[in-house]
Write a protein that binds this ligand. Structure first.
Ligand code: ZN
Length: 318
């Protein structure tokens, strides 16, 4: 049985894993991402690290079916190139596949990081056993990936931009140039923006309001924790958040009718409370046949979704 290598390339660390063809993680390690000098050390460092580990474990390139990688930026899946990954300082076109195959002698496949995380959850996480899974990640931004009938959906390249589904045409400005995108209210920063805005007009007693007015650090975690303690302002804020995310999920599901919508990323640490809230609005807005069958679940793989999903690119390509 041959093995797989999965790589999750991020702005601060590169995570690696060696897996079986069934997706069982056997080894994990990581290195720092050196983004100096236009990120030109990133790929050579990845190659060095893989070759070093193979030597350490007494393995050779023949032991591997392939390497899969998830990368930020615009990924050309066919050519194996990346451009516009600004957190890596990759402004110019990077010939990633060519370099890694030359440096490791192992076949290489890649996709963007959100798509790869979706594949991970579909293969071994909350969507395991289903061919129709949508992954929504609520982090610094809101990203997503769509697996429909077993295939990752790319469209003309930018399919799955779930963070830019419009949930309020009169809403906040988004980094994409539009207003009212899901990301402006459901990312880590978005939830805080929502809280500050609602707090301004809120006149009642609230610990959250005192914290905001005092200039204390208010994060998505603080807001959800306060909602759990039944702080009235925090409850209004998270209810609004549930509405926006539930509405977006119903629109996604009405188009794709997935088995599962998986919610992950830092904000999803709010846990089952968040799933219950979002499901309430999802059931309110989704098409009857869809609301009965599509489930909304928390992501299960955490940080491993990237390396596991990346490795599955290899299996899917063979
Ligand atoms: Zn946007």
């Amino acid at each position: 049985m041959k093995k797989l290598i999965g790589i999750d390339l991020g702005g601060t660390t590169v995570k690696f894993a060696i897996l079986t063809e069934e997706g069982e993680v056997q080894q994990k390690w990581s290195i720092e991402t050196d983004i100096q000098n236009d990120g030109k050390y990133i790929i050579p460092n990845i190659i060095k690290s893989i070759n070093h580990r193979l030597e350490l474990y007494g393995l050779s390139s023949d032991d591997f079916l392939g390497i899969g990688m998830g990368s930020p930026g615009n990924v050309d899946v066919i050519k194996g190139t990346v451009i516009g990954a600004y957190n890596l300082n990759w402004h110019e076109l990077q010939h990633v596949k060519e370099q890694i195959e030359e440096g490791t002698r192992v076949p290489f496949f890649m996709d963007n990081d959100a798509n790869v995380a979706a594949l991970g959850e579909q293969w071994k996480g909350a969507g395991e056993g289903s061919n129709n899974v949508v992954f929504v990640t609520l982090g610094t931004g809101v990203g997503g990936g769509i697996v429909a009938e077993g295939n990752l959906i790319h469209g003309l390249g930018a399919a799955g931009e779930i963070g830019h589904i419009n949930v309020d045409p009169t809403g906040y400005e988004c980094t994409c140039g539009n207003v009212g995108c899901l990301e402006t209210v459901a990312s880590a920063k978005g939830v805080v923006q929502l809280a500050r805005d609602i707090s301004e007009k809120y006149a009642g007693d609230s610990i959250l309001k005192v914290m905001i007015d005092d200039g204390q650090e208010v994060t998505a975690k603080v807001i959800f924790d306060q909602a759990r303690f039944e702080d009235p302002l925090a409850e209004i804020v998270v209810e609004k958040f549930y509405f926006y995310l539930g509405l977006a999920c119903s629109n996604i599901a009405n188009v794709l009718h997935p088995d599962t919508i998986v919610i992950g990323g830092g904000v999803s640490a709010a846990g089952e409370m968040l799933i219950h809230g979002v499901t309430r609005y999802f059931k309110k807005y989704a098409f009857p046949q869809i609301k009965e069958s599509t489930k909304i679940k928390l992501a299960e793989l955490g940080n491993d979704a990237g390396v596991i999903g990346a490795a599955s690119l290899v299996v899917n390509n063979f």
